[in-house]
Write a protein that binds this ligand. Structure first.
Ligand code: XMP
Length: 512
């Protein structure tokens, strides 16, 4: 399906996904592999047109620093090392790396480049994003310095004959003004890629592939109504029609009108074979008395799987599970454990506990925005394709304290008002996620001439690129005022509306 591809060899940097994304933006397919999970022989066998060594937090002389087989430099495949990647190439080829605070740089830095393929059509003086204290003090034999900065004698180097390049800065971040141009030069001038990776081809070739591959098989997919599972469902439906069964577990923790909307789109518009399981009562019973956020998440995650299993069993002969796993999920799950802040739950977590002959993941090579592009090409409504993220445990993590039907109803109404006003104001496109939270706090208010004692609802809106960090969105006062007026007027039991002005970190996006 892919004619040419670039390997992003990950040495533990933070930007591996971003690098791959930047390459795909140039219509060249890129895939990421941890440095210790692919050998030189496998790289040669796979026919990569070029390799990018990512950055990483280590120093090449540390004992357990990631290291790679130097034979890669003689494999005849162009290499671009970025930051640690540059230092590693220098080290592997016999150069000298030093550490000196005086040569360290952090942030936007002016660099001066020389004529070479990597810097074709890049101004001699330009701004790049740096983050390092180690630097290349002496380049290896056959390499030459092709860029420097005021503090750092070797900002980039190359061995043109072997097509080996290294840069100390990060071309993949937008602060490097000509970073995209440099990556394009590597792809097209050095690796001679043709740039023929297109999403349109992806849709047609995937449908054709799965039509053949899954011919005569029964496939089950857990549909949440989120972007990924929706796109996977429609794609597979186009491939195998009624042999795909989608199960939509309605746990009663969805936003206002959402369950009916999802059912309607998939059943009426696409004619998907959909089973909607209404288990709201069961989930509420299980959640009775549960106030600890992690406990709520666990109860919901477990029960979700149980319901799904029951439905699968009742369906009889279904051997294949389809999932909307996307590329960042694949890359993340290949990494080591990091501290668990929240046990995120989504339908992607099913198969480890369930027995299926096979799991198919038609979107596993795509980034989120590529998934959205596929969704658009498949004719899925914008409302679903551009849907903001919604946590698997649903409104249960937005009702602080015990979850009850009464509290859910209050939250659904408040949230619907907030979302309606944000959309009306056009601010929908200036914030990445926005929702209401029902706090467990009650306070005194006055309505008419009477004392009231009601709940406090919190509004949350954030701007973020990756949801790992986020800034609170500066929504206009007029909009907040309107939402506050409407909520306190239209939702009895709310006496107070507050706006959450905390970034992540230290807060998380969801309150629980
Ligand atoms: P936090 O609250 O961890 O949220 O800062 C970051 C992003 O993840 C979403 N989120 C979840 N998504 N299952 C999901 O699929 C979950 O359990 C879950 N919890 C949080 C959250 O809405 C935000 O977009």
């Amino acid at each position: 399906m892919v004619n040419e591809k670039i390997l992003v060899l990950d040495f533990g940097g933070q930007y591996d996904l971003l690098i791959a994304r930047r390459i795909r933006e140039q219509h060249v397919y890129a895939e990421i592999k941890p440095y210790n999970q692919i050998t030189v022989a496998e790289i040669k066998e796979a026919g990569y047109k070029g390799i990018i060594f990512t950055g990483g937090p280590n120093s090449v002389y540390e004992e357990n620093s990631p290291y790679y087989d130097p034979a890669i430099l003689d494999a005849g495949i162009p290499v671009l090392g970025i930051c640690y990647g540059l230092q590693l190439i220098a080290y592997m080829a016999g150069g000298l790396i030093c550490n000196a605070e005086s040569c360290g740089e952090y942030g936007k830095t002016t660099i001066y480049v020389q004529d070479c393929l990597l810097f074709k059509d890049v101004p001699q003086e330009n701004i790049c994003w740096m983050s390092h204290t180690d630097y290349v003090d002496r380049v290896p034999a056959n390499f030459k310095v092709i860029a420097y900065s005021e503090n750092c004698p070797c900002v980039a180097m190359c061995d043109e004959a072997r097509k080996l390049y290294g840069v100390q800065f990060h071309p993949e971040v937008t602060h490097s003004v000509y970073g995209s141009k440099m990556l394009a030069n590597f792809l097209f001038e050095v690796c001679h890629c043709s740039g023929d990776w297109k999403m349109g081809d992806f849709v047609e070739t995937s449908i054709a592939h799965y039509r053949k591959y899954l011919a005569g098989k029964k496939v089950l997919l857990a549909l949440s109504g989120g972007v990924d599972s929706s796109v996977a469902a429609v794609l597979l439906h186009r491939a195998i029609g009624q042999n795909l069964t989608c199960v939509f577990v309605d746990h009663g923790l969805l936003r206002k009108g959402e369950g009916d909307y999802v059912e309607n789109v998939f059943r009426q518009q696409f004619g998907v074979n959909l089973i909607r399981v209404n288990v709201a009562g069961r989930f509420l019973n299980l959640l009775a008395g549960v106030t600890d956020p992690e406990q709520k998440r666990k109860v919901i995650g477990k029960s979700f799987i149980r319901v799904f299993e029951e439905v699968a069993k009742n369906l009889g002969e279904v051997n294949i599970l389809a999932q909307g796993t996307i590329y960042p999920d694949v890359v993340e799950s290949g990494k080591g454990e990091s501290a668990i802040i929240k046990s995120h739950h989504n339908v992607g977590g099913l198969p480890r506990v369930m027995r299926f002959e096979e799991v198919v993941e038609p979107l596993r090579n795509l980034f989120k925005d590529e998934v959205r592009e596929v969704g658009e090409q498949l004719g899925i409504p914008d409302e679903l394709v551009w849907r903001q993220p919604f946590p698997g445990p649903g409104l249960a993590v937005r009702v602080i304290g015990e979850v009850t039907e009464a509290k859910l109803a209050i939250l659904r109404e408040s949230d619907a008002i907030f979302r309606e006003e944000v959309i009306k104001s056009g601010y929908e496109f200036m914030t990445d996620q926005y929702f209401a939270v029902l706090t467990d706090l009650r306070s005194v208010g006055v309505k008419g001439d009477a004392r009231t004692y009601g709940y406090t609802v919190a509004l949350r809106a954030v701007n973020t690129d990756d949801f790992m960090t986020a800034e609170w969105t500066h929504l206009p006062y007029e909009l907040l005022e309107k939402v506050s007026n409407r909520i306190t007027n239209e939702v009895t039991s709310i006496t107070r509306v507050v706006y959450d002005i905390t970034s992540k970190p230290p807060a998380t996006v969801e309150w629980e």
